[in-house]
Design a protein around this ligand. Structure first.
Ligand SMILES: C[S@@+](CC[C@H](N)C(=O)[O-])C[C@H]1O[C@@H](n2cnc3c(N)ncnc32)[C@H](O)[C@@H]1O
Length: 292
């Protein structure tokens, strides 16, 4: 008599890891674990305590459809509707960029800068291109005396940011506004910090990024223009209009834009010389400049 093997958690993970690897995932085991934990409505770590148990049919059904979508290239974060950033959970949908670990360096730069201002009263910050709201919310969570204006050109992105602001209980200190950069920000608004992870991919680069990114993440979150630097060209002078003397502009770049971004900052004599911070891989990632 042939023995039909049960679909245990272990066997589901092994099968899915092999399948997703064949489909081109670079992190097949991790993907499988996150999707299975989602189907089981448990934490990833809990899978290991039920490793040899048979998965119920309902779990297998929902896991199967998640794996099918993943095999088509849909990012895991969109399938489970969340992503961790700076050790906090955030809701994400296809209307927002999936927050990247590199962007945590932007938050770190703001927190470092804030150390110089500690004890000097409330910190006024604007996050330009807030997306899911990760930068604005981290700033509000980790700087208790910060008020943050979070702007985005996309109303759909602002809806996601709004739900994250409420989930993190910072609605009293994070205001959301639809705006093309500073267009709708009151002319007389003055900030201590302008922070941004602007779109900075060029048209050529976009044509060559992984299909998982190009086909699923919002184009307006990725594309900076033909050269990639067009949004930064507008962001820098508009930031100077709204920063107090001694205030700081902090923005993320692609390592390929390091020289161009520094030239744009250096070309506006309202800023001091730009300083570039590197990410963990040693790539130029964050530009900082002080308003003179
Ligand atoms: C690279 S994403 C960054 C999202 C989020 N801050 C993060 O780091 O994950 C850029 C964001 O800027 C927004 N954006 C693009 N052009 C803009 C503009 N002209 N004015 C305001 N926001 C803009 C996009 O909708 C997108 O949400």
């Amino acid at each position: 008599m042939s023995h039909v093997e049960d679909w245990t958690i272990r066997r589901l993970l092994q099968w899915t890891t092999d399948y997703l690897a064949e489909c081109g995932s670079e992190t097949p085991r991790l993907d499988g674990e996150i999707l299975l934990a989602n189907a089981c409505e448990c934490e990833r770590i809990e899978l290991y305590t039920t490793y040899d148990e048979k998965a119920p049919d309902s779990v297998r059904d929902s896991f199967r459809s998640l794996v099918r979508e993943r095999a088509r290239g849909v990012p895991v974060a969109y399938l489970v509707g969340k992503r961790e950033f700076y050790s906090l959970p955030f809701r994400v949908t296809p209307d927002v960029l999936i927050p990247r670990p590199e962007t945590e360096h932007v938050v770190l730069s703001v927190l470092e800068k804030n150390k110089e201002w500690e004890g000097t009263g409330a910190v006024q910050c604007v996050d330009v291109g807030t997306g899911s709201g990760v930068i604005a919310i981290c700033v509000a969570r980790y700087i208790p005396n910060a008020n943050v204006l979070a702007v985005d050109i996309s109303e759909a992105a602002l809806e996601v940011a709004r739900s994250n602001v409420v989930a993190h209980e910072v609605q009293d200190r994070v205001e959301l506004m639809r705006s093309d950069l500073f267009a709708n920000v009151p002319q007389d608004a003055v900030f201590d910090v302008v922070v941004s992870n602007p779109p900075y991919i060029s048209e050529d680069e976009l044509a060559n990024v992984a299909p998982e990114v190009r086909c699923h993440e919002p184009r307006e979150a990725l594309l900076g223009g033909v050269k990639g630097s067009e949004v930064i060209e507008r962001l820098v002078p508009q930031s100077a209009d709204h920063l107090r003397p001694g205030g700081c502009l902090i923005f993320e770049i692609s390592p390929m834009l390091e020289e161009v971004a520094c030239q744009i900052v250096a070309g506006d004599d309202r800023f001091g010389p730009p300083v570039v911070n590197k990410d963990l891989a040693g790539h130029a990632r964050v530009v900082e400049a002080l308003r003179q």
